[in-house]
Design a binder for this molecule. Structure first.
Ligand SMILES: C[S@@+](CC[C@H](N)C(=O)[O-])C[C@H]1O[C@@H](n2cnc3c(N)ncnc32)[C@H](O)[C@@H]1O
Length: 301
């Protein structure tokens, strides 16, 4: 049994993922967002060994926590999943199951120095891959006002009036003083939004959507997904299963449209395994991330 040294991240929709991927002894598994191996460890138990698994993550902290699986024969790939997919295609590798569990891990949110969250003060960083140069501080302190408006609109789904006001506030404030910390930016956003809606009570912090938008931009999250999805059928054997977990509507729309288009008609490469997405448990207090999760899956014909 492959168990992690400590559970840093609780895998979401684990039993549904196992039911859909339906791992068989000796089958090959590719986890493109392996994180702390929550899903991978259970799948590895079913396929009969880590040697049948390739585990990718762009975060060095996650990769370090998969070392025990590497010792048992798993292949670790410290890359973004688009580059990993291209490399595996070039190497003519194929798999029976592929999992994409998108978004951030609990350690990324919980460790202040990663700069993803305003619940823990830290530098405005938000890089999943710390070898990358672009940080959230670069976006906030250097991007043009128009580009900031686009990011807040398109990646935060913030209404245009508020997106414009936030971008203006950032541009004016940074002339005097750069934004360097998550709390500093979150507080400036909270004050600005409070002025606009006369201090209306918000169930979630008003900066939540702006932080989501910045994170998506820094990590090119939607671009990675859009460019990777069309490549995955080349890595799957016939009868191979692909499962994807999303955490917000922008990702889910991309996945839903893609899987529907590729599962429709006689020439389509896939059969849909989930007519409707399987939703995470909205009452799961032990794992709040699960509340917004949606799982979709297909099988290659
Ligand atoms: C939700 S966590 C995955 C958790 C994992 N399934 C588990 O049970 O431990 C998402 C992981 O995907 C990684 N990730 C997100 N986007 C990525 C990308 N484009 N390429 C590679 N890894 C990515 C993050 O660094 C994070 O560790």
């Amino acid at each position: 049994m492959t168990t992690p040294p400590q559970q840093l991240h609780i895998p979401v929709l684990l039993s549904d993922v196992l039911a859909l991927l339906n791992p068989g002894n000796g089958e090959r598994y590719l986890d493109l967002t392996a994180g702390y191996g929550g899903h991978a460890r259970r799948i590895i138990d079913r396929i009969g060994g880590a040697k049948y698994a390739a585990l990718c993550d762009r975060d060095d902290y996650a990769i370090d926590h998969l070392a025990d699986l590497a010792e048992h024969g798993a292949t670790l790939i410290h890359q973004d999943y688009l580059s990993a997919t291209r490399q595996l295609i070039d190497d003519e590798q194929t798999f029976d199951m592929i999992l994409l569990d998108l978004g951030v891990s609990s350690p990324q949110l919980d460790q202040g120095d990663r700069g993803f969250s305003f619940s823990h003060d830290g530098p405005l960083d938000m890089r999943m891959d710390r070898r990358q140069t672009l940080t959230a501080a670069d976006v906030v302190n250097r991007y043009s006002e128009d580009k900031l408006i686009d990011i807040f609109r398109n990646y935060g789904e913030i209404n245009i009036g508020i997106a414009r006001a936030l971008a203006r506030m950032i541009v004016l404030r940074r002339r005097k003083q750069r934004f360097d910390s998550t709390n500093d930016l979150a507080e400036a956003i909270r004050i600005k939004i409070g002025e606009l809606d006369h201090g209306k009570y918000h169930k979630v912090h008003p900066a939540t959507q702006a932080f989501q938008a910045l994170r998506i931009e820094v990590n090119d999250e939607l671009g990675q997904l859009q460019r990777t999805l069309p490549l995955l059928s080349r890595l799957l054997n016939h009868g191979g299963r692909l499962a994807i977990i999303t955490f917000h509507s922008l990702e889910d729309r991309i996945v839903k449209d893609f899987l529907r288009d590729r599962s429709d008609g006689l020439d389509a490469p896939y059969t849909l395994l989930t007519k409707k997405p399987i939703a995470g448990n909205i009452n799961d207090d032990s794992n709040p991330r699960a509340r917004s999760a949606k799982l979709r899956a297909v099988c290659k014909k």
